[in-house]
Ligand binder design. Structure first.
Ligand code: WTA
Length: 663
């Protein structure tokens, strides 16, 4: 049961769990008064508040004099006349402040092998990498695609781009050749950095071969270089003149590389994410504002201390891996785990075993992982967290989707031994970093609630007309004021940026998150009730229903398709597709065979994460007389519930009966 259904049943979750007094006493933001003071500072002098934080937490080559420029809203500019370099802030300043020999990354490979890299070594790696990129003519403003698995080199690739002012776009290693090609073309990238293969769950999976396929699909003429990190050493195809091994590119380079000092608004990265319409959007992030928030949320939300061992289990292909692996932890000089594997290999106790092995103190993961590990440890006590020594933990985090109170309680009791606060962090690719979250030394926690916005983040819940709704009443989540790490634009599509995020209905002034939310009557805590658009959240991965539908109808057998989300105990939501074929509706084994074929087709078109869990075939889809597909009815059918809604506008009610049945 999700927190949403608990709310719907009229029993809002209202248990409160206080952070332990010892945690509060030592916390960076300690006690509600300290939090309120920061919020008040932001209310009273919004720009002064952000300017102070940007001066205190970021090293500027050229200090900024202007904090916020709203002239061309919603294209906000932050710290625009300041100059800085992200890689300098993450690496060089750690060498200067005594962290040179501190471990920056503990790399835990899929097979359990461990490699440690100090800040000095990481700095050297990144400088050599940056010089290598420069030697190929890659320069400030160029776009570079990174298609790599979890590795020290993946982080170094991102930092190296940042060092020379190239804008990176990391594409998750699970995306297909076609998805990769689309992103290469949209970004107009000049190079791809990849690996020979990736190793996950004991299997070797291709990377370079997929890059070759993507480039062979055409339209990628902008790509001049393919740089290949040797991970598994298995043979791969090499194209002379275009492809080069990473070690051949960097080994002879100088270990010094003067950072490219860029304007605060210079695009640090583009990250593609799904929206409700069209192709994935290239979310463009800045340098200065983004870095400030990556750094500050490490201190505020994660209460990071010099002695911590931090572990964020995300992949660098998602925003969580950008902010809370590549940039946040390094910018504060933390020691962190970079994990190549999967939570269930070689057994479902891998997370807990790894925490024990490296004495992890802060652990940040997704509800979907927690739910699947609950199941696994119910079945086999040997993989239960209690079978491992996880006593090094002092703080837990959750991200990516709503965490249901049952999973929260399990995490709190079995992983955190009721002594670790849980930060349930609500944020998005577009927000750059945390937005609404408990602060571990401040906020009494309610399972399933992300509680209160961070200081300076002006979130609210409004109705369709943009008016604030009272606590206890659900509505649309908005942010009323800009913030430094916000999305700057959609790459190549400023109009879509405006209409998607700053719609006219709200005067073009409020940032529309795309989520519904409700505030608790007594505590005013926020609970996210899920997306209000056609975006699905499957295992914490964002997916547009339209994208999957387009992939399905691209199959020559398919006439029409409609995709909806269905609540799922483990993955949060699962994908259910209703398909009309050009041929007669298949039944029995034929239907099973075709469903499998279409699922594999979607995996090939987008990536395995987009595979529909269920496909139902019909002679038609439920439509209004004007031909509009009635998705709300499909959602009800997918859940297996009876239709109680008004179907009077439906042209073909008989179709509902047919679509009830899973094929
Ligand atoms: C959802 C991931 C509830 C939400 C950082 C949002 C959450 C989308 C939470 C963004 C949370 C993320 N509680 N829902 N703590 N965190 N979401 O862009 O629907 O991959 O809009 O960013 O995930 O997903 P994205």
């Amino acid at each position: 049961m999700t927190s949403q259904t608990t709310e719907q049943q009229g029993q809002p979750e209202s248990r409160l769990f206080n952070p332990p007094a010892s945690f509060v006493a030592n916390a960076t933001v300690s006690g509600m008064e300290a939090y309120n003071k920061l919020c008040a500072e932001a209310e009273q002098d919004f720009e002064g508040f952000w300017a102070r934080l940007a001066r205190e937490n970021v090293d500027w080559k050229v200090p900024f004099t202007k904090t916020l420029n709203e002239d061309n809203a919603p294209f906000y500019k932050w710290f625009e006349d300041g100059k800085l370099n992200v890689s300098y802030n993450c690496l060089d300043r750690n060498l200067a402040n005594g962290n040179a020999d501190k471990t920056a990354i503990i790399f835990e490979a899929d097979d359990g092998a461990v490699t440690k890299v100090t800040y000095k070594e990481l700095h050297e790696k990144v400088c050599k990498f940056a010089n290598g990129l420069k030697s190929r003519g890659i320069k400030k403003g160029d776009r570079v695609i990174i298609y790599m698995s979890m590795s020290v080199e993946g982080v170094a690739a991102m930092q190296a781009c940042a060092r020379i002012g190239a804008t990176h776009s990391v594409v998750f290693g699970g995306f297909s050749a076609k998805s990769l090609q689309e992103r290469i073309i949209d970004a107009g990238a000049v190079a791809v950095i990849t690996g020979d293969e990736q190793q996950r769950g004991g299997k070797f999976l291709p990377l370079k071969a997929i890059v070759d396929d993507a480039l062979a699909l055409g339209g990628c003429d902008s790509i001049k270089d393919v740089i290949v990190y040797k991970r598994t050493g298995n043979p791969i195809a090499f194209k002379e003149g275009r492809d080069i091994w990473l070690h051949d590119l960097v080994d002879h380079q100088s270990a010094e590389c003067e950072p490219e000092w860029v304007e605060a608004e210079h695009p640090l990265f583009i990250l593609y994410t799904s929206g409700s319409t069209g192709t994935p959007k290239g979310v463009q992030h800045s340098t200065g504002g983004y870095l400030l928030w990556a750094n500050l949320t490490m201190k505020w939300t994660f209460d990071i201390k010099p002695s911590d061992v931090f572990w964020c289990t995300a992949d660098i292909g998602w925003v969580t891996g950008h902010t809370y692996i590549a940039y946040g932890p390094t910018s504060v000089g933390a020691t962190q785990i970079v994990f190549e594997g999967i939570p269930t290999f070689p057994h479902a106790g891998r997370f807990w075993e790894t925490i024990a092995k490296h004495k992890v103190s802060i652990f940040y993961t997704a509800p979907t992982a927690i739910r699947s590990l609950i199941k696994a440890s119910d079945a086999d006590p040997k993989v239960h967290p209690k079978s491992f020594d996880v006593s090094s933990l002092r703080l837990l985090g959750s991200v990516g989707e709503p965490i249901n109170p049952e999973a929260w309680m399990w995490y709190y009791k079995n992983v955190g031994a009721e002594k670790c606060p849980i930060v349930d962090t609500f944020w998005q690719t577009e927000t750059g970093g945390h937005m609404i979250t408990p602060l571990p030394g401040v906020t009494p926690m309610t399972p399933g609630s992300c509680t209160l916005p961070l200081p300076g983040i002006m979130t609210a819940i409004v109705d369709e007309a943009g008016h604030d709704v009272p606590n206890g009443q659900g509505g649309i989540l908005v942010v009323k004021r800009p913030w430094p790490s916000m999305i700057r634009t959609i790459w190549n599509n400023p109009d879509r940026f405006k209409t998607s995020y700053f719609p006219e209905e709200f005067g073009g002034k409020y940032y529309l998150a795309g989520d519904g939310a409700i505030r608790h009557k007594d505590t005013a805590y926020f609970t996210i009730t899920g997306r209000i658009d056609d975006v699905l959240n499957v295992s914490g991965h964002r997916m547009g229903t339209m994208e999957i539908e387009s992939a399905l109808v691209a199959n020559p057998l398919v006439a029409e398709a409609a995709v909806v989300g269905k609540p799922d105990e483990t993955t949060g939501e699962s994908i259910c597709a209703f398909v009309v074929l050009k041929q007669a509706r298949p039944t029995g084994d034929d239907a099973k065979k075709l469903a499998l074929e279409l699922r594999n087709w979607v995996a090939k078109e987008i990536g395995p994460i987009a595979k529909p869990k269920e496909i139902r075939f019909g002679d038609n889809l439920p439509k209004t007389r004007s031909g509009k597909i009635m998705r709300r009815l499909l959602r009800v059918l997918a859940k297996g519930e009876a239709i109680t809604q008004d179907v009077s506008t439906l042209e073909n009610p008989a179709i509902l009966e047919q679509l009830k049945e899973a094929s």
